[in-house]
Design a protein around this ligand. Structure first.
Ligand code: SAM
Length: 283
């Protein structure tokens, strides 16, 4: 038996420490260790990997991560109450578990961990998309990301052209990583239950990922294209302040098409040409 299996059940732990879930911190806990193990397994952690968990809370997913071969587990948590709760886990895994109290949005994980890195998290929903966009910008730092989102967000991440969920988030995510929706969890899997169904998405960054300036160009092009998604590209892209007809012609895209009809390759081409049309913008 692994020493972690001898720890008290998570439900007992939160009672013992009076760790009431706070809505403002997006605290919806997973107590079912079969589920946390299932998430950890998707990450496929090996003895070389550093696991980075955002928001360990009472530590259900952290327990599962520590039961893998990962050589270190970094757990970043904003709520000081959780740090006490994780103490018993820390006593068993003092060498491998590093607990950091802080705001994940302002922590550059590359500075505090070594590669190869894998992020695994049941994310607080209020900051899940900003965290994802921050990591996508530097996707080459990560071997994979295994992240829980609201199902609606997961659907947008993996959406394909000509579907209602296809948008800027789909293009930005798929440009940087192969994204796969792995499984859904009903509200009842969490304590307290959220209002919506959740989904785990697995991201494997492309090799190579796209360079920062190109990524920036893609952000701008998708912002305008999807900002007015019902309009034809010849008018939705006007805000780019360049010769739109020349841009679309060079990219071999019909100017009467709408953003939701364009493939990932179309967007990459548009960003490439846009960058070459306004090089000063990307110095
Ligand atoms: N991992 C635990 C589980 O699966 O049961 C808890 C997941 S809960 C959905 C989200 C966790 O993220 C909470 O523990 C919350 O306190 C933490 N959190 C919220 N905002 C955060 C932030 N800005 N930085 C780090 N952690 C944060």
């Amino acid at each position: 038996m692994h020493p972690i299996d001898g720890l008290p059940a998570l439900r007992e732990v939160i009672v013992k420490y009076g760790f009431q879930a706070k809505k403002t911190l997006g605290q919806n806990f997973l107590f079912d260790l079969n589920l946390t193990q299932k998430i950890a397994q998707i990450a496929g952690l090996t003895a070389e990997d550093t696991a980075i968990e955002i928001g360990p809370g009472p530590g259900g997913l952290t327990r599962a991560l520590l039961k893998t071969n990962a050589h270190k587990v970094f757990a970043i948590e904003i709520d000081p109450r959780a740090i006490n709760v994780l103490e018993e886990l820390k006593q068993i895994e003092n060498q491998r578990l590093v607990i950091i109290q802080g705001d994940a949005l302002s922590i550059n994980v590359a500075e505090i961990t070594s590669a190869p890195r894998k992020i695994i998290a049941n994310l607080p929903y209020n900051i899940a998309t900003p965290l994802l966009l921050m990591w996508l910008k530097q996707a080459d730092l990560f071997k994979s990301m295994t992240l829980m989102f609201q199902k609606e967000v997961a659907e947008r991440i993996v959406a394909q052209p000509k579907s209602k969920n296809y948008g800027r988030l789909s293009v930005m995510c798929q440009a940087q990583a192969v994204c796969k929706r792995m499984f859904d969890l009903p509200p009842s899997a969490f304590t307290p239950p959220p209002k919506v169904t959740s989904s785990v998405v697995h991201f494997v960054p492309r090799t190579p990922t796209i360079p920062p300036k190109f990524y920036q160009a893609l952000e701008i092009v998708t912002k305008f294209a999807f900002g007015q998604r019902r309009k034809m590209l010849r008018s939705s892209l006007k805000g780019l302040n360049i010769d739109i007809n020349a841009l679309l012609e060079k990219a071999q895209i019909d100017s009467s098409q709408r953003a939701e009809e364009l493939s990932l390759q179309n967007f990459l081409k548009l960003a490439e040409i846009y960058q070459s049309f306004s090089p000063n913008h990307f110095l």
